[in-house]
Design a protein around this ligand. Structure first.
Ligand SMILES: [Fe+2]
Ligand SMILES: [Fe+2]
Length: 442
């Protein structure tokens, strides 16, 4: 009856039971097995035999616990992978945050869990050590390692290495002297570790409570593979992103070739636009994007003949029509690609005016996309500060005065009132940006 109760309660079901009985009939044994007994001893009991049986039962229990704990470990890793992939944001990809999250799932306050995790990727010079501190918080330290010093812990590619100091026939101090100084200085003592290496990433978990076995190493292997998948993905995304940005910049350089405007002008427009977007409280993703895509505003000028672009005098009505078409041409060049949507909106609407007097469509107020309204403000300020075939460069004070008070060409009602106010508040930053990215002849 006692045995039945122990085995019925999930909390205690895995406690091994050795039944000592005076009965030796097969029916009694069957009854005992049905109650969940793991082993039998028949009276009279020999002490040595009892000890041996108990030892075996405890070993089984230990293996069971390790398996259970490894299973939970793998489960936590899978949960992490699922979250990492479902909330995957390629542009705000943060490898450190993902790694920290993985470390949190390995370094749990569990009796089988390790206390520290070292991840060394790529060339093996920089390692990140995660440690569980009192109170369950995880700290992260960057280690500069010298790759040969890792030899003593690193297994061959694709292999697992398990090490307990008492199995290595050395004293604890001898055992500890094999670890790189940087690692040892952080950990203060090491009594066991498990390591796995794959695809250039080495992961080492230190100081499992008691000892470390193949079960724990399997969990670590899972973690290493997750880390590899994530860092490979991250690297590829970054490469693609670099190539994308490079192409965008190449396109805007190509467009400037014919124009009187300069490379510095496009950089400055990016910076003013970023400043305005931030000042009116746009989301950070918008601020980042406009700070890069505002440079595309005049990409359509690639279709306008240099004689018109550089004409010192007044344009004829026909020439003016051609000039105005750079907005529509720009939108056409940028096409339908979703990543270029903001750039396309900017190219198309950066000459629209709040009061409806702009081009190409004469849009009014909020009909004009926000990115167009912001870039227009940025472009007007920079045009005033720059030398043009038809005007000299103005100093900041004069440009500011023209925008705020208006003159023949620009009036305050050209601007979205919120952006106009933001410009007034951040005018000093505009002046700084101009100074910082000044071209040679400005
Ligand atoms: Fe333009
Ligand atoms: Fe411009």
């Amino acid at each position: 009856e006692v045995c039945r109760r122990i085995k019925d309660d999930p909390e205690t079901a895995f406690i091994p039971v050795v039944m000592v009985t005076a009965l030796d009939r097969p029916e009694d044994k069957v009854q005992g097995i049905e109650a969940g007994a793991d082993d039998f001893l028949t009276k009279p009991v020999r002490r040595e035999e009892l000890i041996a049986r108990v030892r075996t039962a405890l070993k089984m229990k230990d293996l069971h616990d390790r398996l259970q704990s490894a299973y939970k470990g793998v489960d936590r890793l899978n949960e992490h992978m699922m979250l990492a992939l479902t909330s995957f944001e390629p542009l705000s990809f943060d490898r450190d945050a993902i790694e920290m999250d993985l470390a949190k799932r390995l370094l749990v306050p569990d009796e089988r869990a390790p206390q520290a995790l070292l991840i060394v990727s790529d060339e093996g010079n920089v390692g990140r050590m995660y440690r569980r501190r009192g109170g369950g918080e995880i700290t992260r330290d960057e280690l500069h390692l010298n790759p040969p010093s890792l030899k003593s812990v690193s297994p061959d590619e694709g292999e697992v290495r398990i090490s307990n100091w008492w199995q290595e026939g050395k004293t604890l101090p001898e055992y500890q002297s094999r670890f790189p100084k940087e690692v040892f200085n952080l950990l203060k003592f090491v009594e066991n570790f498990a390591a796995f290496r794959t695809g250039g990433t080495l992961v080492v978990a230190f100081n499992y409570a008691g000892d470390v076995s193949a079960f724990e190493a399997e969990v670590l292997k899972g973690l290493a593979i997750h880390t590899l998948v994530i860092s490979t993905m991250s690297r590829q995304i970054q490469e693609t992103e670099r190539a994308f940005r490079y192409s965008v910049e190449a396109l805007s350089r190509a467009a400037e070739e014919n124009d009187e405007e300069t490379w510095e002008h496009t950089i400055r427009v990016n910076e003013y636009a970023r400043t305005l977007a931030e000042e009116i409280g746009m989301p950070s993703r918008f601020v980042e994007d406009i700070g890069f895509f505002a440079q595309m505003h005049d990409v359509g000028k690639i279709h306008v003949h240099p004689d018109i672009l550089r004409k010192p005098g007044k344009l004829t009505p026909e020439e003016w029509e051609v000039m105005k078409s750079h907005t529509i041409a720009g939108a056409k060049i940028l096409g339908e690609e979703p990543r270029l949507k903001m750039a396309r909106n900017i190219a198309l609407s950066h000459h629209e005016k709040w009061n409806g007097s702009g081009y190409p469509y004469g849009l009014k107020g909020e009909q004009i996309p926000m990115e167009g309204r912001i870039t227009m403000m940025a472009d007007v300020y920079d045009a005033l500060r720059s030398k043009r075939p038809y005007k000299p460069a103005f100093p900041h004070e004069k440009a500011y005065k023209i925008i705020v008070e208006g003159d023949g060409r620009t009036t305050p009602d050209h601007f979205d009132p919120d952006i106009f106010e933001a410009f007034k508040r951040r005018a000093d930053d505009f002046a700084d940006i101009f100074e910082r990215y000044k071209g040679e002849d400005e």
